[in-house]
Design a protein around this ligand. Structure first.
Ligand code: SAM
Length: 286
């Protein structure tokens, strides 16, 4: 006899006009930290699903798309990234992907909620896959906005792997934060940001692109479609004063090959194509 289907659904109500539901086939964790409510449950298609305050953060089924595109595009475009800063990323997936680059010497990960890290190690071990034990990783429990204001360290790549601009993540979408992040970039450094799904969150992207355009010589976004970030392609903000975005295909292919990484989503061709924006997203640029 087939297992009886759960009657419970996790409704994500990120928008007043649109919601998505994932069946909760098995609830594994449900608790509140001082910052947010953390839930992890199993779903037949997406595997383990993490939600914070009811919003899908990452799933075992499609996290590879998001983490590969937000990690490898800036690192392979840069070509010689040694020091990487991750802001957010509590589940460890971003750190896992960055640390796959043997050329990366140090990863500083600034996560505001220790509860997310602790429970992710236990309930989502496939995401971090040992990243938290890598001697190159320096985990800092702090507000990312405060960190960039106080540190004097410089980084070749800064990855903002935050929640949406509500709750603790809101401060990571401000002009002040972007300005201070820019000051933390080494020469030729690149800032990339999780910037939502423009078909449903256009204002979030417009705001970031306006701020990046005022700060960087090269400011734009690039795209990838992650099934559980509903509503079409997700945008990743991109800002740099260097020329990394013009790295040609042959050189990207060489770097990807040299990295020795077995990507599941990233290819040099997808890397380049990701910056080709459809009209409705181009029109969100300043
Ligand atoms: N991939 C997800 C997405 O696209 O929404 C993000 C995943 S990760 C779980 C988001 C992390 O950002 C969470 O662990 C959250 O605690 C962290 N975060 C939110 N605001 C933060 C802040 N101000 N400083 C540092 N980390 C923050």
């Amino acid at each position: 006899m087939n297992e009886t289907r759960t009657t419970e659904w996790a409704d994500e109500t990120l928008y007043p006009f649109y919601r998505q539901s994932l069946s909760v086939d098995r609830l594994l964790y449900d608790s509140k930290t001082e910052h947010q409510r953390i839930r992890v449950f199993e779903n037949a298609r997406f595997g383990r699903v993490l939600t914070l305050d009811g919003i899908v953060q990452t799933t075992e089924g499609d996290e590879f798309i998001y983490h590969e595109m937000l990690a490898h595009v800036p690192i392979l475009a840069h070509g010689s990234a040694r020091r990487v800063l991750i802001i957010g990323g509590g589940d460890g997936g971003m750190a896992r992907e960055v640390l796959r680059h043997r050329s990366v010497e140090r990863v500083t990960m600034v996560e505001i909620d220790a509860g997310v890290v602790e429970f992710a190690k236990k309930y989502l071990p496939n995401l971090s896959a040992g990243a938290f034990d890598d001697p190159r990783l320096d985990l800092v429990i702090a507000d990312g906005a405060a960190y960039v204001a106080e540190t004097d360290e410089r980084f070749d790549v800064i990855i903002v792997d935050s929640t949406d601009p509500i709750g603790p993540g809101e401060v990571l979408f401000t002009d002040t934060f972007y300005g201070r992040a820019r000051e933390r970039l080494a020469e030729g450094g690149i800032l990339v940001t999780q910037n939502g799904v423009p078909f449903l969150q256009a204002e979030e992207l417009t705001n970031t692109l306006r701020a990046l355009d005022a700060l960087f010589r090269d400011a734009t976004c690039y795209l990838a479609t992650i099934p559980t970030y509903a509503g079409g392609p997700m945008a990743f903000g991109w800002g740099t004063d260097g020329s990394a975005r013009s790295t040609d295909l042959a050189e990207l292919r060489r770097r990807a090959q040299t990295s020795g990484i077995d990507f599941r989503y990233y290819t040099p061709e997808v890397h380049q194509a990701a910056f080709a924006l459809p009209g409705y997203i181009q029109r969100l640029q300043p």
